[in-house]
Design a protein around this ligand. Structure first.
Ligand code: NDP
Length: 282
């Protein structure tokens, strides 16, 4: 039997409706309009598209949104000055610096400069530390979206074997922590893992964040597993995931498509985080 599709676009649309009404409520109750400022440094075309999509999504739900565009040759000091100003600006509840940054800028220093209460990407060490220790925090958007997609299946995460392929700071590590927080038994795999296919075949939940087109095929998948494909790869002008969708859908119980799975949820979680940051400042 073919896998059920976990429709990230439909779930996103539902969640955005709910965010929109919560934004309206915050406006009418407290006179606060949540505001996100995105800083885009340089001319990366993919980053420009992501930033435009974020701005459009903010407007759709009634949030304020602005983009600060800085040149490719921007110095780290200039960028840090912008962040310092935004940290103090009461109308700005969320600050996001679009990655990657040009080579003269150290992303770690930039992330560390953002006020953790405005760190809607959830990358600041304060938020990461709070996530590790199980405290409330601004959670990183893609992992947060992945958990929602898994919950959408109606299958409990508790007690499940979860395998995550990838250990990046933005996807693999945080999603592993969140699965653990939800009482899964978690295995984290990476490029030095031996016997990867065998480990993956034990997964009830398989999260794939590798960045290689069609990396995961049926040899990695247990019958009925929940498979979350985080990958965004461009092949011959088409977007494809890290999972061979056509093959794996014959074996998995649930699967996310690319596009239309994790991608839309990432932006929706950014909206949720911006709303959360604005509510904290009430
Ligand atoms: P990174 O390149 O930072 O990390 C990739 C991970 O995959 C690394 O941990 C690496 O291991 C591991 N890996 C690479 N090759 C293998 C292999 N042969 N076997 C096992 N593990 C391997 O990528 P990101 O985590 O940033 O992103 C992953 C994918 O998700 C990308 O396609 C990216 O575009 C996409 N993405 C999608 C988002 C969305 O909103 N949908 C958001 C963010 C990312 P090692 O650590 O040993 O090098």
């Amino acid at each position: 039997m073919e896998a059920n599709i976990i429709d990230g676009k439909a779930l996103s649309n539902r969640l955005r409706e709910s965010i929109k009404s919560r934004v309206e409520e915050l406006k009418s109750r407290k006179g606060i309009t949540p505001g996100l400022t995105v800083i885009l440094v340089g001319n990366d075309p993919a980053s420009a598209v992501y930033v435009r999509n974020k701005e459009r999504a903010c407007k759709q739900v009634g949030m304020n949104s602005s983009i600060i565009k800085l040149g490719e040759d921007t110095t780290q000091e200039e960028l840090l000055r912008h962040i310092e100003r935004l940290n103090k600006d009461k109308g700005v509840h969320g600050i996001l610096v679009q990655l990657p940054l040009p080579p003269q800028i150290d992303p770690t220093q930039v992330i560390n400069a953002i006020d953790p209460r405005k760190d809607v990407d959830g990358f600041h060490p304060m938020n990461v530390g709070r996530l590790v220790t199980g405290q409330a925090c601004l959670e990183p958007c893609t992992p947060k979206g992945i958990i929602r997609l898994i919950q959408e299946t109606g299958e409990p995460i508790r007690g499940k074997n979860a395998v995550v392929i990838g250990r990046s700071n933005i996807v693999g590590k945080p999603v592993s922590l969140m699965l653990l927080k939800n009482d899964a038994t978690v295995t984290i795999c990476h490029s030095k893992t031996s016997g990867l296919d065998e480990i993956c075949r034990r997964a009830d939940i398989l999260v794939v964040a590798v960045g290689r087109p069609n990396f995961v095929d049926n040899r990695y998948v247990r019958d009925g597993a929940i498979v979350i494909d985080v990958g965004i790869n461009r092949v011959d002008g088409k977007l494809v995931g890290d999972v061979d969708f056509q093959e794996v859908r014959q074996k998995a119980g649930w699967i996310t498509p690319v596009p239309g799975g994790v991608g839309p949820m990432t932006i929706t979680m950014l909206l949720e985080n911006t709303l959360q940051a604005a509510q904290q400042n009430e």
